[in-house]
Design a protein around this ligand. Structure first.
Ligand code: RFL
Ligand code: PHB
Length: 400
């Protein structure tokens, strides 16, 4: 099954806007606890599965996927990483995550694969997912029975629910349905983007390499031993058409230490895209019966690998709160949701901001600030205390 066809359900307990990782994970966790939901996704499933995004999963997200019954393939195929490297001044230095954090690791497993696993799990349980359902508004959010309005192939439909979860990403409709006087947004847009490619070549190294270089930041990542993901910092208004594969490889190599660049396997790209970098938080993450989760509520620049992981911690808090409400009428979790989620969000914002500031070439930086970046990097690798703090953040702060 590739999603529900009309006639669509007209009422459910939780209406979920967005069939990305946040929305799918929420619907799966609710289902396993006996709470009904309907997922409304604007795009087709193939489109959602063609987006190449995150790759690094913290332990909290891994545990949540297992709890949702979707951890098997991740456990089989995902790559456990117990360290990564930061290169600067021509040399790559290792951050030994496991050693610094009493054995914690991260797992490299693509968001595309994780989303595919979630769709399959929802299908196996006959979960209701409506594709090409473009949500255009939410009515009665501060009443006991909000209604989600959506358009599907030219027809307008309504879905009534006890609660609405806006899991519809940064450009979604959920956040826009909240009166502007009831929500505050805080944003920083960075003056650069990331140009990323996917290529069917063996990764540059067994571990990720975050490269600080005067030409700009670069990142060597991967999806599996035959599939690599690379990024280079580019201008915010960069024209993708000007980036041939050859130009990309040349620029990437120029930003990597000699030893890594000389061994790099290059080949044709199978995907190439530009992502803008921004930090963004909407507060609070609840208005009436509408809850914001994942990218709908916050964006982090990808340098800290935190976006998908934050979406997961939101879903953890929100699913617990909704399940407690439907199983025993307890409202405390719903009341606390926004504060609880935001405490973790702001810490991840802080870490992502720090990684971004440390590793990128900001057009505005003077000679002093550039030296501060290298002095900070130098200090980091000379102080176990400093490195431990960064490692603790990279593997993921606890869900508390
Ligand atoms: P998504 O994935 O954007 O999904 C939202 C879904 O909502 C749908 N939608 C609507 N549906 C119905 N009606 C409407 N009006 C709608 N408007 C939107 C959309 O079609 C979409 O399917 O949000 P979600 O689920 O909250 O998931 C968030 C993550 O996708 C995101 O945080 C991460 O990808 C961020 N990210 C990373 N996160 C990590 O934790 N680790 C990483 O290594 C990492 N690397 C990255 C990243 C994001 C990147 N880009 C492209 C921004 C690397 C990159 C390059
Ligand atoms: C990725 O593999 O896409 C990736 C990895 C680490 C990051 C960002 C993106 O910090």
């Amino acid at each position: 099954m590739q999603g529900a066809e009309p006639p669509f359900p007209q009422r459910t307990q939780v209406a979920i806007i967005g069939g990305g990782p946040s929305g799918l994970l929420l619907s799966q966790l609710l289902h396993l606890a006996g709470v009904q939901s309907v997922v409304l996704e604007r795009q087709s499933r193939d489109y959602v599965l063609s987006r190449i995004r995150a790759g690094v999963l913290e332990q909290g997200l891994q545990a949540l996927l297992r709890k949702a019954g979707v951890g098997d393939r991740m456990d089989r195929e995902g790559l456990v990483h117990d360290g990564f490297a930061i290169s600067f001044s021509g040399e790559a230095r290792r951050v030994d995550l496991a050693d610094l954090t009493n054995g914690a690791t991260v797992r490299v497993y693509g968001q595309t694969e994780l989303t595919r696993d979630l769709y399959e799990a929802r299908d196996a349980l006959q979960g209701a997912i409506v594709h090409e359902a473009d949500v255009v508004g939410v009515d009665g959010i501060d009443s006991a029975s909000p209604q989600v309005r959506f358009e599907h192939r030219g027809q307008t439909h309504h879905l009534a629910a006890d609660f609405v979860a806006a899991c519809d990403g940064f450009h979604g409709a959920g956040r826009r349905a909240v009166p502007s006087s009831a929500i505050k947004t805080i944003e920083r847009v960075y003056p650069f983007g990331w140009l990323g490619i996917l290529s069917e070549t063996p990764p540059a190294s067994d571990e990720l390499i975050y490269a600080h270089h005067e030409r700009g930041f670069a990142l060597c990542s991967m999806r599996n031993p035959q599939l690599s993901r690379y990024y280079v910092q580019c201008a915010a208004d960069e024209d993708l058409a000007e980036w041939s594969d050859d130009r990309f490889w040349e620029e990437l190599k120029a930003r990597l230490p000699e030893g890594v660049a000389s061994g790099l396997s290059t080949g044709p790209s199978i995907e190439k895209s530009i992502a803008p970098l921004r930090s963004f938080v909407a507060e609070p993450m609840r208005y009436g019966r509408l809850f914001l989760a994942g990218d709908a509520a916050h964006i982090v620049p990808p340098t800290g690998a935190k976006g998908l992981n934050l979406a997961a911690s939101d879903i953890y808090y929100l699913s617990e709160a909704l399940i407690a409400f439907f199983s025993s009428g307890r409202e405390a979790g719903l009341k606390d949701y926004s504060d609880r989620a935001l405490r973790r969000v702001w810490k991840a914002e802080r870490f992502s901001w720090w990684m971004t500031a440390l590793l990128h070439n900001f057009p505005s930086l003077g000679a002093f600030e550039r030296r501060m970046q290298t002095a900070e990097l130098d200090y980091l690798f000379s102080s176990r205390a400093a490195l431990t703090s960064r490692a603790e953040n990279y593997v993921g702060l606890p869900y508390d």
